[in-house]
Ligand binder design. Structure first.
Ligand code: 7SA
Length: 537
């Protein structure tokens, strides 16, 4: 009897995975190689994964594949697959390491993460449950201190950055540390060596995508060329971790935003890119500033190239020695809200392994992934921010529903048509869902005969979150006074709805000051395309 039940459960598991798989969109969105924009990525390692006592990391991944799929992940960022015999200690930072694959010596797959066979078994197990392996690759540099077995790149032939001649044929970009380990990726032999190895990972190790390490060290266009060989419809993401103040003063990016530099790289590589613009705002900004990530950009062509994350093996803590690297760890008190944001907003979200499987937030992340999937949120989904509340309030419209998320906010209700799907951390994380998948429309609100005193402005307030729930403190200020005493402003509101609202005058500096209300009945608006609505004092 038990075996029959087990068979039935396995069959159900299979159909559910198959169901998830059938939803899997393919191909490039506008050429950005985000594989249809519906991926949810698990970073499948942390800084100490290559030194788990008595365990092969690849064996752990193989055993966990079904769980990873059931948790809703569609792709897994694998560690660098190449043998790395480096041992290093950095006295300045008191850190040490080696063997993680980022200072590899050849393409041999018998590494500190496990054997070649174990890697193949792990990749096969993950592909079987429709979790795509995205391999981390490190073409910028390698450990030249080992006699090359598979990698024969003698000095003096322009295979290396530091002996490349003529300079016009050398690759561009920053050196890794002193640069003496950098390869010249512009050299045809070096370029082809990597092109062949990427094809080998695809054909024999189940690679469905690539994560390019340290992309500030070589030309973005070379990544595009490699991807054309690997498979131009497959997933590609670049790690461009470089602050504006790190560019040379004559480089336009030194005066541009994090977003601008990321989008420039993505446009030239035709790859997605880790959203370090969002990471920087999460680290240094207030909750409301998180809207300034690449994934929150008003242009869908920018949102769709963002690969969002809270922490990774460099920035975050890791279980094991020294707590990993933690170069830029997000404080504990923000982590749940950060995962709530990236999993309910555009871009391609990435979850860091320890946050899912070592530390106590896996259940929250599981729920958020289910909410994202049920609403059909994708990398290019529409998002709008409600600035008339505290904290972060955002509305993301997926193909199967609209999500309204309130983080650390005084928004009390989402409005008609929305139902609560998550209320966590004592109200610090609230998510509502509307079955409608309408992105809403922009409505022009006009208030006539609105005479004001210095320090006063005219506001719109009415039904629903977008119009402040009839609370003067959350009203929307109108900003176009070109036809004073008529005031105008545009607000995005859910479409297919009947809304009521009024004009009101209030002191700008004091949200709780006594307002002057438009007399008479409420203005009524049935929202349709290109609507406008007028009130008068
Ligand atoms: O400070 C954090 C942030 O604070 C914020 O407030 C700032 C941010 O800007 C600011 O707003 O971020 C800064 O700091 C980041 C971390 O250092 C920088 C970022 O650009 C900067 O803005 O990020 C850089 O460093 C990361 C680790 C890289 C980024 O791409 C890069 O931009 N991440 C990836 C790259 C590598 C390397 O492949 C990996 O590094 C990461 O895991 C991967 O995700 O002859 C041999 C030789 C010599 O050539 C060298 O000169 C000599 O130094 C040997 C020696 N090298 C050793 C290194 O010193 C040692 O640290 C090497 C062999 O081993 C180690 O290198 C490790 C590295 O420490 C580790 O993180 C490397 C190789 O094992 O593997 C990892």
């Amino acid at each position: 009897m038990k075996s029959a039940i087990c068979l039935l459960l396995l069959a159900l598991l299979g159909t559910q995975n198959a169901a998830l798989a059938t939803e899997d969109l393919q191909g490039n969105t506008a050429g950005s190689r985000n594989d249809g924009g519906d991926e949810i990525i698990l970073q499948g390692f942390h800084w100490n994964s290559s030194r788990v006592p008595g365990q092969s990391w690849y064996a752990i991944l193989a055993a966990k594949a079904a769980t990873i799929a059931q948790d809703g992940f569609t792709a897994i960022w694998m560690p660098p697959p190449w043998r790395d015999g480096s041992k290093w200690a950095d006295a300045a930072s008191g850190t040490s390491g080696g063997g993680e694959g980022y200072f590899w010596q050849d393409f041999n797959k018998n590494s500190q993460y496990g054997s070649d066979d174990q890697l193949k078994q792990a990749a096969a197990a993950l592909n079987k449950v429709h979790v795509k392996p995205i391999y981390d690759v490190v073409p910028n540099h390698m450990n030249g201190n080992f006699p090359g077995q598979e990698v024969q790149l003698p000095k003096g032939q322009s295979f290396w950055r530091d002996d490349c001649q003529p300079v016009s044929q050398c690759d561009d970009g920053e050196g890794f540390m002193t640069g003496d380990a950098d390869l010249n990726t512009a050299n045809p032999r070096v370029f082809e060596m990597f092109k062949d190895e990427f094809a080998n990972l695809r054909d024999h190790y189940g690679a469905q995508g690539l994560r390019f390490d340290f992309v500030k060290g070589y030309a973005a266009e070379r990544v595009d060329s490699w991807m054309q060989g690997f498979g131009t419809q497959r997933f590609c993401v670049g790690e461009l971790w470089k602050a504006p103040n790190e560019y040379a003063s004559d480089d336009w990016r030194s005066k541009a935003s994090w977003q601008d530099a990321l989008k420039d790289w993505s446009d030239r590589a035709h790859c997605t890119v880790f959203d370090f613009a969002l990471k920087e705002r999460m680290q240094n900004g207030a909750l409301a500033d998180w809207r300034h990530g690449l994934n929150g950009n008003p242009d869908p062509r920018w949102r769709e190239v963002a690969v969002t994350f809270v922490d990774n093996h460099d920035t975050g803590y890791s279980p094991g020695p020294n707590g990993g690297q933690h170069h830029w760890a997000l404080p504990e008190e923000r982590r749940n809200q950060a995962y709530a944001y990236i999993l309910t907003s555009p871009g391609t979200p990435t979850v860091y392994w320890p946050d899912m499987y070592d530390w106590p937030r896996g259940e929250l992340i599981r729920k958020l992934i289910r909410i994202r999937r049920d609403a059909g949120v994708k990398a290019d989904s529409a998002i709008s921010f409600l600035g008339n509340y505290s904290g972060l309030v955002a509305r993301t419209t997926g193909s199967k529903g609209t999500l309204l998320i309130a983080l650390g906010s005084n928004l009390s209700a989402a409005g008609s048509g929305f139902t609560s799907v998550l209320d966590a951390d004592d109200g610090q994380i609230r998510v509502w869902r509307s079955a409608q998948s309408h992105a809403g429309v922009e409505v022009t609100f006009i208030c006539n005969q609105s005479v004001t005193q210095p320090g006063e402005s005219v506001y719109v307030v009415g039904t629903g979150a977008e119009l402040g729930e009839w609370k003067p403190a959350h009203a929307i200020r109108l900003t176009d006074t070109s036809a004073y005493p008529s005031w105008k402003g545009v607000v995005r509101v859910p479409d297919q709805q009947k809304l009521e609202w009024k004009c009101m005058v209030r002191r700008e500096a004091d949200a709780n000051s006594e307002p002057r209300w438009q007399p008479g009945n409420n203005n009524v608006l049935t929202v349709g395309e290109g609507a406008s609505s007028t009130g008068s004092f």
